[in-house]
Design a protein around this ligand. Structure first.
Ligand code: PLP
Length: 405
């Protein structure tokens, strides 16, 4: 056997599989109620529609769908998405030069890191934040600063203090990464006042904002969720979204919107990564919008996900012991659970799995290493009938753990 270690780059040597990922992989195929994944209910995937579309795309677009595409993405899809953004998100961008198609938002995050982060640059994120965004950024060795959240999202007083302090230390802050609507993992949405304040602070301290927006198409309450990009008069916001939650993650199609000069850099960075996002997938995505498949999926599943959220909230109310607190999301896929201090949810996971329930311990979502007592609960994936049972099992376990303290 060769010793491959000596061939790996220094960067690759530092790469470690996450233990949580390994644990959750272990449950695949087992009869376990999973609150762990961050994934849509597979029943939401428009299988028949996409089967028909895929066939039509190959027949009608033919060579164009099977040939390499441009790195920017197929023009028809970029045009359609500009219209989609205007109509759905009130984001008005002038030209297709302001948009690039990516192989999902994960690639958008990776490219963002490539074009913006130098080692030791400061990147500001929410506490907690989306774990795999951290992975993408971490590769470029930034210094993370986490800003706590409350019911209205990222706390702007703390952000301002942090920016002030960093500035006085002469530190370079590149951007704030935020998921303002139905945050993953916290399930919190930023209030409009805070959104305005964030834009003001970005302007005052001359930083960019990365707005990651996969969930704003699934909002279950009548609350304002104006995209930061729609309020952005200076071009500081780089907006990203994806077909993953509203059609199918298997398509691997996402998009980034920003100023022309920024999008040009994304294009150059993307060339070396994958030349182009699959034109076949892009034309399927295009027809998914044109044939109103997204409207159908979102309409049906907004109701169903809302029902699942309500089942989970009710079960939490009913079974969780005193001292446990959780967020009440207006949309999206997640509820975040805060347990009394002293409980370690990473250690508890093995016992939970043993009793047939999976979740993600919250700690890895916190760049400051806190959150040992937190749990991310996903309600989009588990079956309605399993949610209550799973929460009861989890609540019983938590009660037992608490009684040992
Ligand atoms: C699901 C999700 C994405 C989507 O990533 P894709 O690569 O497009 O599937 C991006 N950001 C957040 C916060 C998510 O939850």
């Amino acid at each position: 056997m060769l010793n491959f270690q000596k061939y790996f780059s220094e960067k690759a040597k530092r790469l470690r599989a996450s233990e949580i990922r390994e644990l959750l992989k272990w449950i695949q195929g087992k009869k376990i109620i999973s609150f762990g994944g961050g994934i849509p209910d597979p029943r939401s995937y428009p299988v028949k529609d996409i089967a028909e579309i895929a066939k039509d795309v190959i027949l009608n677009y033919g060579y164009k769908a099977l040939q390499y595409g441009t790195t920017e993405g197929q023009i028809e899809l970029r045009e359609e998405l500009l219209k989609f953004m205007r109509e759905r998100a009130n984001v008005k961008v002038e030209s297709i030069d302001n948009i690039i198609i990516t192989t999902g938002s994960q690639q958008s995050l990776d490219l963002t890191a490539r074009i913006l982060i130098d080692p030791k640059d400061v990147v500001i994120v929410e506490l907690p934040t989306y774990l795999v965004a951290l992975y993408a950024f971490r590769d470029h060795e930034p210094m993370f600063y986490g800003i706590p959240m409350d019911d209205e999202g990222m706390r702007m007083d703390v952000l301002e203090e942090t920016l002030k302090k960093l500035k006085s230390e002469g530190r370079r802050v590149k951007f704030v990464y935020t998921i303002p609507t139905c945050q993953n993992p916290a399930g919190v949405s930023m209030s409009i006042d805070r959104r305005k304040r964030l834009l003001e602070l970005a302007s005052e301290y001359d930083i960019l904002i990365i707005e990651d927006d996969p969930y704003s198409y699934y909002v279950y309450e009548d609350v304002p969720i104006d995209r930061l990009k729609s309020m952005d008069s200076e071009g500081r916001v780089i907006y990203m979204s994806t077909f993953s939650k509203i059609a199918s993650p298997g398509l691997r199609v996402g998009w980034v919107i920003g100023e022309r000069e920024i999008i040009e850099k994304y294009v150059i960075a993307k060339q070396s990564v994958d030349l182009c996002t699959s034109p076949l997938a892009q034309y399927i995505a295009l027809e998914v919008i044109r044939r109103k498949v997204i409207d159908k999926v979102v309409k049906t599943w907004t109701k169903k996900y809302k029902a699942k959220r309500d089942i989970m909230l009710k079960a939490l109310e009913e079974y969780m012991p005193d001292g446990a607190k959780w967020t009440k999301p207006v949309g999206g896929f997640f509820i975040f659970l805060y347990l009394p201090k002293g409980l370690n949810t990473k250690e508890m996971l093995v016992k939970a799995l043993d009793r047939g329930v999976a979740y993600v311990p919250g700690q890895s979502f916190f760049v400051d290493g806190s959150g040992e007592n937190t749990i991310r609960l996903n309600f989009s994936y588990p079956k309605e009938e399993d949610i209550e049972r799973g929460i009861k099992i989890l609540a019983d376990l938590i009660r037992e753990e608490l009684s040992k303290k």
